[in-house]
Ligand binder design. Structure first.
Ligand code: NZQ
Ligand code: ZN
Length: 388
């Protein structure tokens, strides 16, 4: 296994049907002023809001509500949230929602006392915060991003047509996250499968890099197999606790930095998908699904050995009587069939991309160099065109 690395993860997780009971214990660690950030209202419909408010009141907290965090949170909402946090001198930001709310809470936590413009500092120059940072806790209601146990905070600048992720250091990881799989039962199927593919893509982005024998790859294969298995159960029966809990746990491990250890990592599918997201505001996991097959078919010859291993280990393709190219191609076909079966959107045109957007999409795509092939602008254009 190559590479030098540090592994540490400071987030405390509470997992299972009773996980929310632990919120009381966690709240004792912080002051009385709590900013409650949430999305467009799903938590009011499914009762999670009432449960959380009940606990906050019981613990004697003063609550500053910060509603309306949109999917793909914008820089404008970030400025608004930072103002609420600063003016009320909050002691904790409690994010109740999906990756968007969790990401946003971290960005607000780093921005409330930021001397300069947070967008410029964190999303253009990728600097680390030098100001006071507010602690963040999460109650997760949507599964996929891994935001519950990492430092990622993706923010969209609609006018600049940029969707950018800043991966903050440990100071910005949630101090704690509450993971109750039952809280995800009310997710619309579209969101559930989008999250499932987000998880799969996170694993692939780390797996498809490097050529050395690395324990991280064996872990990645196990996570992919569990996810494929549980996804097929969950799409048939969304309230199957066993499947939903396995998906939730897989999501956390897919992106809490463990399986990136010793890997250069790729992340090109996310760069392509985020560009689509910046132009269309489409659901994150769907943007990834819609560009994946064109991208993986393009890079397959450059990482052939790994694609053969992927076909054999993850998709049970027999190599007998086949060339390596045929085995790898069969693996990608099986992956594509699984994606179609669970109901993913497979074309960016179905997410609102039109031909006249392609040149802008190419320009908004950040090029990564850790995968099997560094893409030129013309190859990026090719992937977008083949994904239409
Ligand atoms: O806003 P509400 O009304 O809550 O509705 C949300 C939203 O419309 C709904 N929802 C969430 N929980 C629900 C529910 N509806 C019913 N029942 C529930 N229990 O689902 C919709 C999507 O929520 P969102 O938080 O946007 O989804 P997701 O968790 O996929 O987060 C996406 C954001 O995370 C970023 C993405 O780019 C995107 O901005 N990412 C963050 C990462 C990280 N921190 O490491 C990595 C990822 O690759 C990703 O980029
Ligand atoms: Zn993702």
């Amino acid at each position: 296994m190559l590479g030098n690395f540090i592994y540490s993860n400071p987030t405390r997780l509470y997992f299972g049907k009773d996980a929310l009971n632990s919120l009381k214990t966690e709240l004792e660690r912080y002051g009385d002023r709590v900013m409650l950030s949430y999305g467009g209202g799903s938590i009011k419909k499914n009762g999670i809001y009432n449960k959380v408010i009940g606990i906050l009141k019981e613990c004697g907290k003063t609550v500053y509500e910060d509603a309306g965090v949109m999917p793909n949170p914008t820089v404008h909402k970030l400025y608004e949230g930072a103002k609420i946090a600063r003016e009320n001198e909050v002691d904790l930001i409690l994010a109740v929602g999906g990756g968007s709310v969790c990401d946003y809470a971290k960005a607000v936590a780093a921005s409330a006392y930021c001397e300069g413009d947070p967008w410029e500092m964190y999303y253009e120059k990728f600097e680390e915060p030098v100001c006071k940072v507010i602690p963040v806790g999460c109650v997760l209601t949507m599964v996929g991003t891994g935001s519950e146990m990492n430092g990622g905070a993706v923010i969209t600048h609609p006018e600049k047509k940029l969707k950018v992720g800043h991966v903050f250091g440990e100071e910005l990881y949630p101090k704690f996250s509450v993971l109750n799989p039952e809280f995800t039962y009310t997710l619309p199927k579209y969101q559930m499968v989008s999250g499932i593919y987000d998880i799969f893509s996170h694993i692939c982005e780390q797996y498809f890099s490097g050529e050395d024998d690395n324990t991280s790859d064996y872990l990645a294969e196990a996570l992919m197999k569990s996810l494929i298995h549980s996804s097929l159960i969950a799409v048939e029966n969304p309230t199957d606790y066993e499947a939903r809990s396995n998906i939730m746990w897989t999501a956390t491990w897919a992106l809490n930095t463990l399986i990136s250890k010793g890997k250069t990592t790729d992340w090109m599918v996310h760069m392509l998908g985020q560009s689509v997201g910046a132009y269309t505001d489409a659901t994150h996991g769907m943007t990834l699904a819609a560009v994946s097959m064109a991208y993986y078919r393009l890079i397959c010859p450059f990482g052939l050995k790994k694609f053969v291993r992927f076909a054999k280990e993850v998709w049970n393709v027999s190599p007998d009587g086949k060339t390596d190219e045929q085995t790898a191609a069969e693996g990608l076909c099986r992956m594509e069939r699984w994606m179609e079966k669970i109901g993913l959107v497979m074309k960016i045109s179905k997410l609102g991309v039109t031909d006249d957007m392609i040149s802008g999409l190419v320009k908004s795509t950040f090029v990564q160099t850790g995968g099997y092939k560094t893409l030129t602008e013309s190859k990026i254009e090719q992937v977008f065109k083949e994904s239409m």
